[in-house]
Write a protein that binds this ligand. Structure first.
Ligand SMILES: Cc1cc2nc3c(=O)[nH]c(=O)nc-3n(C[C@H](O)[C@H](O)[C@H](O)COP(=O)(O)OP(=O)(O)OC[C@H]3O[C@@H](n4cnc5c(N)ncnc54)[C@H](O)[C@@H]3O)c2cc1C
Length: 434
């Protein structure tokens, strides 16, 4: 046993945005007082938000949207284990994993003093009848590349396009939380609808550029009353007015996707839409082994307070999409939560005072979506949670910020400087007229 083994040990499950961010923030605030291990089944970070732009701008996302994790973590003396997480036992403070670099590895049990669950969710395309044969999406490298091939290499014949979400099943784990005075974490029928809005705009640009049609060929749909309702009513109304002027078709209250066929989509409310391309965002479901745990809510999302700590198991934290409080399932909210996790663990280790560390989550929806043609929309809003800020801007500056954010993230190995968001706000909000 070496000296570092005697330090408290934090095990972080998941190494994408929330896992990497939590590890780096814990190291930043707790310094060398803690031993950190990150576990993920893959040894790279997948930069999901920029896959849609790659698809529509004809770049293979596999070549652009990965960042190797091992060197990045080693730089901060963070251990990495490439393994499948099989189970968590919060009573005995153990996680059960199977190293997965080569098949046949023996299962291993790992003990922790602190646990951070940052395992994201299962994007349940498998639950949608007909998706495998007739559906498309932009949520990972495989699906992104499949759609890029169709759009740019002759698969798509110029027919109607439908874009939208299946129904999300939110658990009860964030009930009663009040992030802003008299506010709440509301229930949503879709997990994350910035991407469908982004894809609808980018698809319209693609149709125009390739002379295959205009937005009237595109139907965007939502299971909810309002698409992207988490951006707040003012912002969504502006977006919908614009979409109507541009000629998009809009279907709300579809309830869910019943099935996808070669000819289109059938919805749970009995309606249907004809479409050659069906670009789908599925239900975001908790991983099966998370269901029924004493830290999980009715749907398997991890219950936390606004300091990202489980109320019953005080040494268990969650960040990112895996946390019940993360609504919508947005990387930008996960980013805010990683900061909190880092501060809390540093407080527990005596490195920070409660005054320095106790900064409860006040979620802000930050969303920059590609619109094609070098333009993007920018949303900064907290009204859905009870705040009073709602900004929507569009133009070339948000597009530049979206692309540069990725570059900065990769260049700084995930450590986005604290002035990044201030700079974005200043560049977009004070320099683009209403
Ligand atoms: C198309 C699209 C566009 C998006 N655009 C934006 C955007 O512009 N802005 C924004 O803020 N958000 C955006 N999002 C949402 C954003 O991608 C997610 O909120 C973010 O990825 C969540 O990060 P996370 O680390 O919590 O989870 P994930 O990114 O899902 O990472 C979870 C990690 O856990 C690992 N893992 C899971 N299960 C296991 C297991 N059993 N064993 C081992 N490892 C496991 C996975 O390999 C993965 O690395 C977008 C999402 C999509 C689908």
């Amino acid at each position: 046993m070496n000296a570092t083994d005697k330090k408290p040990h934090v095990v972080i499950l998941g190494g994408n945005f929330a896992g990497l961010g939590s590890a780096q923030k814990i190291r930043q605030y707790a310094g060398d007082a803690i031993q950190i291990t990150v576990i993920d089944r893959k040894d790279y970070l997948l930069f999901v938000p920029n896959i849609p732009a790659d698809v529509f701008e004809n770049r293979n996302p596999a070549m652009h949207q990965r960042m190797e994790l091992r060197d990045v973590l080693a730089h901060d003396q963070i251990n990495f284990i490439q393994a499948e997480v099989n189970a968590i036992d919060v009573d005995s403070e153990m996680v059960h994993i199977t190293p997965n670099e080569r098949p046949g590895a023996a299962a291993v049990t790992l003990s922790y003093d602190y646990l951070v669950v940052a395992l994201g969710n299962r994007l349940a395309f498998e639950d949608i009848e007909g998706f495998a044969e007739f559906g498309d999406s932009v949520s990972d490298l495989y699906l992104g590349e499949q759609l890029r091939q169709k759009l740019h290499f002759g698969g798509y014949k110029g027919g109607p396009i439908a874009i939208g979400s299946a129904r999300f099943h939110q658990g009860d784990g964030a009930k009663g939380l009040e992030p802003y005075p008299s506010g709440s974490i509301p229930d949503a029928l879709a997990a994350c609808e910035g991407p469908p809005v982004e894809v609808m705009m980018a698809a319209a640009h693609y149709l125009a550029e390739t002379k295959q049609g205009d937005p009237s060929k595109i139907t965007v749909f939502t299971p909810a009353e309002l698409i992207a309702e988490d951006a707040g009513e003012t912002v969504v109304k502006q977006l919908l007015d614009l979409a109507t002027q541009m000629g998009f078709n809009y279907l709300n209250n579809t309830q869910d996707i019943k099935r996808i066929t070669q000819d289109g989509i059938e919805f749970a409310d009995g309606r249907s839409v004809e479409a050659e391309l069906k670009i789908i965002f599925p239900d975001w479901k908790a991983h099966e082994f998370m269901r029924g745990l004493p830290i999980s809510d009715s749907e398997g999302f991890v219950v936390t307070d606004l300091l990202m700590r489980n109320p019953k198991y005080k040494n268990v934290f969650a960040a990112g999409d895996a946390a019940a409080v993360t609504m919508p399932k947005l990387g930008a909210i996960g980013h805010q939560e990683c900061e909190i996790v880092g501060l809390q663990i540093a407080k527990d280790l005596g490195r920070l005072s409660p005054e320095q560390a106790d900064k409860p989550l006040q979620p802000v929806v930050y969303c920059i979506g590609d619109m094609g043609g070098g333009k993007a929309f920018y949303i900064r809003s907290n009204t859905w949670f009870g705040g009073d800020e709602a900004v929507l801007k569009m133009g070339h500056v948000p597009y530049m910020l979206k692309m540069q954010y990725r570059t900065l993230f990769m260049h700084n190995k995930g450590k986005v400087p604290s002035w990044g968001l201030d700079f974005a706000e200043m560049a977009v909000e004070h320099h683009i007229p209403k």
